[in-house]
Design a protein around this ligand. Sequence first.
Ligand code: PLP
Length: 392
Amino acid sequence: MTKPAIYLDNNATTKVDEAVCAEMLPYFCEFYGNPSSMHSFGGQVQRWVDQARKSLADLLGALPEEIVFTSCGTESNNTVIRSALEVFPKRRHIVTTKVEHPAVLNTCRNLTRRGYRVTEVGVDGEGRLDLGELRSAIDDDTAIVSVMSANNETGVVFPVEEVAAQAREKGALFHTDAVQAVGKIPIDLSGSGVDMLSLSGHKLHAPKGIGALYVRRGTPFRPFLIGGHQEKNRRAGTENAASIIALGKAAELAGEHIGEENTRVRELRDRLQRELTSRISHTRVNGGGTERLPNTLSISFEYVEGESILLLLDEKGICASSGSACTSGSLEPSHVLRAMGVPFTYAHGTIRFSLSRFTTSDEIDLVIRELPPIIERLRRISPFGREGGEAA
Ligand code: PLP
């Protein structure tokens, strides 16, 4: 590719902020000591790790001791679900939603093979959780309720506090997968009903392979990885000090930029949505009628294949996604769009644009210019296209 990429796939992963990269580099070749060592060469690293813990806690309105560093969002999600089942051995039921990331959904489905019961609560056409269905799903056998803070494909934001209250009424733990929400919308865990929360560094301009878990003080917890005493016995394994320090810096920067996410980035996303829906007929904005993350636009174009759109956008140097990063590669409409009941002819033509604080106005202008002729061209040659006369 000759042109620089216009990167609008930030829900898949983000660019590491250069300030974050600079912060972590000394911990590879210079300050490479083991934070658990008795000598001061290692011990000094522990101090930086704890500073990062404080920065992340501050972003979340949490206490430093409530933060456990992990390797990724997937590990955090696996850990909390398995932990809840261990601390409540008599409870054999999990409540989650049909639109969770596979890191929650497949963990739960896998547990059904070991005799656990799983209820996946549905969503409406806008991707909103059915709170009535959720209430009747939680019972005295429920160990954990796991509901994401915001959906990775549509950006739809869930009413986490209301769900947490419902879980608490039945004595179940409440976990939220906030991998997509952290850094994009304000989160304040002080005084909240959230028992546990997962996040991932690479979604907020830190590197891949670092995640964290918030475990509210006093919440019963069992570690997933057993071994040494790291992370106060909650996650064994020598700390990934450089990446933890990077995540701390990324959290500080996220706090500084969260206002911009909700003003400048939101305006860019809204302009992209407005212009595309007015220039292209037969479009549908998934989750457009409800509260969404400020950076996410899931838009469906009837009568075209999302993958074909992606390929033509790629030729123009524009990176987007046809669904979540984990489901692209399959031509099946994503489980999220299916759960929302998005008509098949639309679901197939879905593109997710996800912006970041590095997205510029010029880049959005370029997409607004390039995409309409791409859709027109694809509709002209589509055997299911309107011109083909076959689509309803
Ligand atoms: N949860 C959500 C909502 C996600 O979007 C992702 C990644 O796309 C994950 C969990 C997994 O995070 P990680 O890639 O750090 O394992």
